[in-house]
Design a protein around this ligand. Structure first.
Ligand SMILES: [Ca+2]
Ligand SMILES: [Ca+2]
Length: 496
C-alpha cells in the first residue's frame, strides 16, 4: 500500500469547547475558522502561530449527547456547531493555510435515537431491523464485555435484546449486512466530497469483536474494504484508527490503515517524564516501529501524550510546567505524526469524568470574546497563567515552547521522517537518540531529571538547538540543565 498521506502535526479539537462565534456558549465551526491563525496562519516563518499541519475534529454530526459519539444523522452537522456550509468554509479556509482537516467517523454504532434504530426496534419487519445485532435463542444475555460491561440491552421500543458494546444508547451496527457496509462507505465518500482530508476512525477494534482472532480478521477485512473505497475517491485520504490495545493487537490493522494511535508509547513518555527516569521511550518506539513495519512499510505512527479519553497530561504531571515541556519535546522529536490535544499546549488540566477533560479552551483567564461556557470548568479556573492570553507573549511559556518545537520539527526533515536509533547513555535520566534521514543525522538529548546533567557526546558534533540557554557543549562534554532538550548535528554522518 503506497502512502500518499501527509506527514505532519495534528491538533485534536472538541468543537464545543474551542471557540464560540455566536455567543450561545457552545464552540462551533465558525469559531474554529475565526481562530485558524492561532492554529496555523499560513506563514511558515511566523513565530506567532502553532503551525499545526492538520486538525482532527471530534464528532460533528447531530447527536443527543454532549460528546456526539452517538450519531443520529451521518450526513449533516449538529446545528449547535453550525451548518454544512460552515463546514465547507472551514475546510476551504484551512486548506488556504496548508492545514488538513480530518473528522471523527463513528460507525461502529449509531445513537439509539437514530431513525434506523427507532424503526428497527419498533418494527421487527423493518428493512432496518438487520442493520443492528439482535439476540437469538442461543444468545447468552448475561455475557459481559472486556471491561465488565453489559453487552445485550432490552429493546425499549418492542421485543428482543440488541447488542451494544459501549452502552445501551449506542447500538452496534451489523457489519455482516451488505447495506450497512455500503451505507458506511457512502458516508465516507460524502465527507470526502465535502473536502475532508481523511478520518479518525473511532472504535476500529469493535466493528467485530477485535479481542477474538476471528473478529480481528473480519475487522481488517472491513477496514480494507473501507480504505479501498476512500482511496478510490481521494487517493491521499488519511486514515488514522483508534485501536486502544497493546501493540501486538494494533499491528495487523496496519494492513488497512495509514496510522494507528500508539497508546503504549504515549504512556511510556508520560510515565518517564513523571518519574524523571526513562521507562523505555526509545525501545518502545523502536519495537512498535519494527512490529508495525511488518504489516505496512509506509505506515505513519500516530504518537501523542494523552487524548480526550484520558486524564490530561498536565494533570498526570501534577502541573509541573518543566515536565510538560519535556513531554512536548520528546513527543515532537520522535518519528510519526504527533497529535496534540487542544489545551495541552497551554497546560490545561483535567481528570475524569470525561466532561472535565474536555473543558472550555482558555483564551483568557477571565471571560472574553469566543470563550465557550457550555459547562462550568472545575479545573481551568482563576488566574493561574493557563490561557493563550497569559502565555502568548511570554518567551518561556509552555505555549511558546510548543510553537518553538513545532517550528524545529518543520525545519528539519530528519525530525519528521528520519530513522530512530537509541544512543546508549549510562544515565537513565537522559533519553537520547539519533534521527537520521538520507545523509543527515541529529543526536537528540532530553534531560528529564530535576538536576543539571553532564554526559559525554561526540566531540565533533555541533549543538544546533537547545531549549535552555544554559545548555553547553565543550568538546565531548554536554551539560544539560534540568528538563532541557539539545540537538546536536552529527558531522560524521554528513561526511559518510
Ligand atoms: Ca456557538
Ligand atoms: Ca461492533
Amino acid at each position: 500500500m503506497k502512502n500518499n498521506s501527509t506527514n505532519g502535526i495534528f491538533y485534536e479539537i472538541y468543537v464545543n469547547s474551542f471557540y464560540d462565534s455566536n455567543g450561545d456558549g457552545h464552540g462551533d465551526l465558525n469559531g474554529i475558522t475565526a481562530k485558524l491563525d492561532y492554529l496555523n496562519d499560513g506563514n511558515p516563518h511566523s513565530k506567532k502561530s502553532l503551525q499545526v499541519d492538520g486538525l482532527w475534529l471530534m464528532p460533528i454530526n447531530p447527536s443527543p449527547s454532549y460528546h456526539k459519539y452517538d450519531v443520529t444523522d451521518y450526513y449533516s452537522v449538529d446545528p449547535i456547531y453550525g451548518t454544512l456550509a460552515d463546514f465547507q468554509n472551514l475546510v476551504s479556509e484551512a486548506h488556504k493555510r496548508n492545514t488538513k482537516v480530518i473528522i471523527d467517523l463513528v460507525i461502529n454504532h449509531t445513537s439509539s435515537e437514530h431513525p434506523w434504530f427507532k424503526e428497527a426496534s419498533s418494527n421487527p419487519n423493518s428493512n432496518y431491523r438487520d442493520y443492528y445485532v439482535w439476540a437469538d435463542d442461543e444468545t447468552d444475555l448475561g455475557q459481559r464485555g472486556a471491561w465488565g460491561q453489559e453487552l445485550w440491552h432490552k429493546n425499549p421500543n418492542g421485543e428482543g435484546f440488541y447488542y451494544g458494546v459501549f452502552w445501551h444508547g449506542m447500538p452496534d451496527l451489523n457489519f455482516d449486512h451488505q447495506d450497512v457496509r455500503k451505507e458506511m462507505k457512502d458516508i465516507g465518500r460524502f465527507w470526502l466530497n465535502q473536502g475532508v482530508d481523511g478520518f479518525r476512525l473511532d472504535a476500529a477494534l469493535y466493528i467485530y469483536d477485535g479481542d477474538t482472532e476471528e473478529g480481528a480478521d473480519k475487522n481488517i477485512q472491513w477496514w480494507n474494504d473501507f480504505r479501498d473505497a476512500m482511496k478510490k475517491t481521494k487517493q491521499e485520504a488519511y486514515l488514522v484508527g483508534e485501536v486502544w490495545h497493546k501493540p501486538q493487537v494494533i499491528a495487523p490493522y496496519y494492513q488497512s490503515l495509514d496510522s494507528l494511535f500508539n497508546f503504549d508509547l504515549a504512556s511510556t513518555i508520560v510515565r518517564s517524564v513523571n518519574d524523571t527516569f526513562d521507562q523505555g521511550v526509545v525501545t518502545t518506539a523502536m519495537y512498535t516501529d519494527e512490529l508495525y513495519n511488518k504489516y505496512n512499510h509506509n505506515k505513519i505512527d500516530a504518537i501523542f501524550l494523552t487524548n480526550h479519553d484520558q486524564n490530561r497530561v498536565m494533570s498526570e504531571l501534577y502541573s509541573i510546567g518543566d515536565k510538560a515541556k519535556s513531554a512536548a519535546s520528546i513527543l515532537l522529536t520522535l518519528p510519526g505524526n504527533p497529535f496534540l490535544y487542544y489545551g495541552e499546549e497551554i497546560g490545561m488540566t483535567g481528570e475524569k469524568p470525561d466532561e472535565l477533560i474536555r473543558e472550555p479552551f482558555r483564551w483568557y483567564e477571565g471571560d472574553g470574546e469566543g470563550q465557550t461556557s457550555w459547562e462550568t470548568p472545575q479545573y481551568n479556573t482563576g488566574d493561574n497563567g493557563v490561557s493563550v492570553e497569559a502565555q502568548d507573549h511570554s518567551k518561556d511559556s509552555l505555549l511558546n515552547h510548543y510553537r518553538e518545537l513545532i517550528r524545529l520539527r518543520h525545519k528539519h526533515v530528519e525530525l519528521q521522517k528520519g530513522d530512530l536509533q537509541e544512543i546508549q547513555v549510562s544515565n537513565p535520566q537522559i533519553i537520547a537518540f539519533t534521527r537520521s534521514y538520507q545523509n543527515k543525522s541529529f543526536e537528540v538529548y532530553h534531560n528529564i531529571s530535576d538536576q543539571a546533567v553532564a554526559i559525554s557526546v561526540s566531540r565533533k558534533g555541533k549543538k544546533i538547538y537547545s531549549s535552555h540557554k544554559d545548555a553547553k557543549k565543550r568538546k565531548s562534554i554536554l551539560v544539560l540543565p534540568s528538563h532541557t532538550t539539545v540537538l546536536i548535528k552529527n558531522k560524521k554522518a554528513m561526511t559518510d
